[in-house]
Design a protein around this ligand. Structure first.
Ligand code: 8DG
Length: 178
């Protein structure tokens, strides 16, 4: 009788271990976004207003976008600068400033929310004059004014990281001022 009880408990444990009856739902990998704080000779940062038709439409952001499969975040940031602003930027000239992590807002077409990580880089060297290709507007601002903008939630910690970064003048000496 004792043996039978032990065996049935063991069987139950094996069953629980090998055949979970309530598996966790699959979790989509985090969406990785690379964004850039372009800093001009006056120490102003370029902020970009998202297209009204997009997620967070009309809010201000650091220009950038999703890292695509097979791309490094730096290469993605450089590609987005060309697509959104028409400037060429050397991925090696991007300096990491900080990151923010949260969840995406569900899309208006019904997509569900997923994990989102935004990497913020700073740059003060690029080729060409930034022009508006996709957004509603752009503006050069003292970084201390950025937190007063209407932005997606994750941009507030990114703005705080940028302010701390510029106050400490953390650009490596090799990255020359524009
Ligand atoms: N680029 C950028 N995206 C941001 C910021 N803050 C923030 O929450 N996001 C979110 C909005 C989106 O969920 C996601 C980036 O999407 P995106 O629409 O800019 O990316 P993308 O250019 O690759 O867009 P698409 O080609 O898929 O249309 O990150 C920010 O400061 N810059």
């Amino acid at each position: 009788m004792w043996q039978v009880t032990v065996n049935s408990k063991l069987n139950a444990m094996v069953e629980l271990t090998e055949y979970p009856t309530h598996p966790d739902p699959p979790v989509a990998p985090a969406l990785l976004v690379a964004a850039v704080a372009l800093i001009d000779g006056q120490g102003h940062v370029l902020m970009h207003q998202r297209p009204h038709s997009s997620v967070h439409g009309g809010l201000w952001e650091f220009p950038g976008g999703k890292v695509e499969a097979g791309e490094t975040p730096e290469a993605a940031a450089a590609r987005e600068m060309a697509e959104e602003l028409g400037i060429a930027i050397d991925p090696a000239a991007l300096c990491p400033v900080g990151f923010a992590s949260g969840m995406t807002v569900p899309s208006s077409t019904g997509g569900s929310s997923r994990s989102l990580v935004i990497l913020l880089y700073a740059a003060r060297q690029w080729t060409g004059e930034p022009q508006l290709h996709e957004g509603e507007a752009m503006a050069w601002l003292d970084p201390h004014r950025v937190p007063a903008l209407a932005m997606p939630e994750l941009d507030y910690p990114l703005a705080a990281a940028l302010i701390a970064w510029v106050e400490k003048n953390l650009f490596p000496p090799s990255v020359e001022r524009r």
